[in-house]
Design a protein around this ligand. Structure first.
Ligand code: SF4
Length: 387
């Protein structure tokens, strides 16, 4: 297990329990049994055996992303801890409470691809996370057993949603403006120039665990339960179900859950209750585990109205580079607001909304507008009739 119990965050995303603090190096070593540092081939074999997928949302197989870079080599390993998605707190929980686990994973990846540096990529304002990572790095620097490790550097991007988008991360690490770039093959971990491997924070922590525990690794997942007043980061077992999770924390299930945050999908509870919290099984059922965010409509709010506000927020977070995204998302947000306040959504209004979504979808350099549209479309299905 990564966490002994759930991690509680305030509604503003700050750690709520002052008794929970950063795990120091010695405690971390005792818990994981110390580092093994498998060679590249055996690390790849373990990642394949456990079918580890990237926990940044896409769930691309980690071994498949790593293998070409083991061959070609990479200049930099970037651990992406910029949680621009405001409903998620799992990366902050890991970096603030278990930073050594994340660094272990980063070191294992860096050795596998022969990288000369590791960058922990965060966003401005993430002060508690920055302090925790720096304190952990200092501990290692003072310990002669860690001499020879790849240098770790913390870099900060702007506090925006798209700061965590993979191509924007690569641009930022290269000293360019932190903006998404068009990538033909999103599975390709670099664009031009020196190869860069970007992995999400939870992915790195899992690589660290797999490296140190070997066959004793047990595949779990981290979810952020984003509730009305606070958030819970919970480690779930693949045998846990949505119903079990809600029962455990005494939460009344709503009619619909939003899976995957602002760019996610509204799914009826009736379809989810008995589903296992397992990214692979969920995919088989046509559901996306995404970044593990589970949220709901706030008390006293209507689903469509809340979705319109999320759409408006997503429109405001656009990087302002592509016409369909710059003009289409605000227009769509306006139409949703109007629909949320109408007594009835006419066929004409639905047709207009659908037409606009088609004009925006897959026309941007990045997938930001596609996520917004996925959420909007599912909101119309979930809440369009409930007036
Ligand atoms: S699609 Fe939108 S968010 Fe993505 S790069 Fe273009 S303008 Fe920016």
């Amino acid at each position: 297990m990564i966490f002994d119990h759930e991690v509680r965050f305030t509604g503003e995303g700050r750690l709520a329990d002052p008794t929970q603090s950063r795990e120091d190096l010695l405690t971390h070593e005792m818990r994981t049994g110390g580092r093994r540092m498998a060679n590249a081939e055996s690390l790849l074999a373990r990642l394949e055996r456990f079918e580890l997928t990237g926990r940044g949302g896409g769930h691309f197989p980690v071994a498949a992303k790593l293998r070409p870079l083991v061959k070609a080599g990479a200049d930099t390993v970037v651990i992406n801890g910029s949680e621009g998605e405001t409903l998620s707190s799992k990366d902050a929980a890991l970096l603030q409470l278990r930073p050594h686990l994340v660094i272990d994973g980063a070191q294992a990846l860096a050795r596998a691809v022969r990288a000369r540096r590791i960058v922990i990529w965060l966003h401005q304002g993430a002060d508690a996370t920055v302090s925790s990572i720096i304190a952990a790095c200092n501990e290692r620097e003072r310990d002669p057993r860690y001499k020879g490790d790849v240098t770790v550097r913390v870099m900060l991007g702007p506090a925006r949603y798209l700061t965590g988008e993979a191509s924007a991360v690569i641009a930022g690490v290269r000293g360019e403006p932190v903006l998404p770039r068009f990538i033909e093959n999103p599975a390709k971990p670099w664009i031009d120039g020196d190869p860069v491997l970007v992995q999400n924070t939870e992915t790195a922590a899992r690589v660290g665990l797999i490296d140190s525990l070997g066959i004793e690794y047990h595949a779990t997942s981290l979810v952020t339960l984003s509730l009305h007043t606070h958030r819970l980061v919970v480690e779930v077992d693949p045998s846990d179900s949505f119903a079990g999770l809600f029962r455990e924390f005494g939460i009344e299930p709503p009619e619909h859950l939003l899976l995957g945050g602002f760019g996610g999908e509204w799914v009826p509870w009736s379809k989810l209750a008995n589903v296992a919290l397992d990214p692979h099984l969920m995919r088989e059922r046509g559901l996306s585990f995404g970044t593990g965010i589970i949220s709901m409509v706030p008390k006293g709010r209507k689903g469509l109205e809340w979705s319109a506000e999320m759409l408006e927020w997503m429109a405001g977070e656009s990087a302002g580079q592509c016409g369909p995204c710059i003009f289409g998302l605000p227009e769509l947000a306006k139409k949703y607001k109007a629909a949320a306040h109408a007594r009835h959504i006419s066929d004409h209004r639905r047709h207009e909304i659908e037409r606009l979504m088609h004009l925006v979808e897959r026309r941007g350099a990045c997938r930001h507008p596609d996520g917004a549209i996925r959420m909007a479309r599912s909101a119309l299905t979930a809440f369009g009739e409930a007036r």
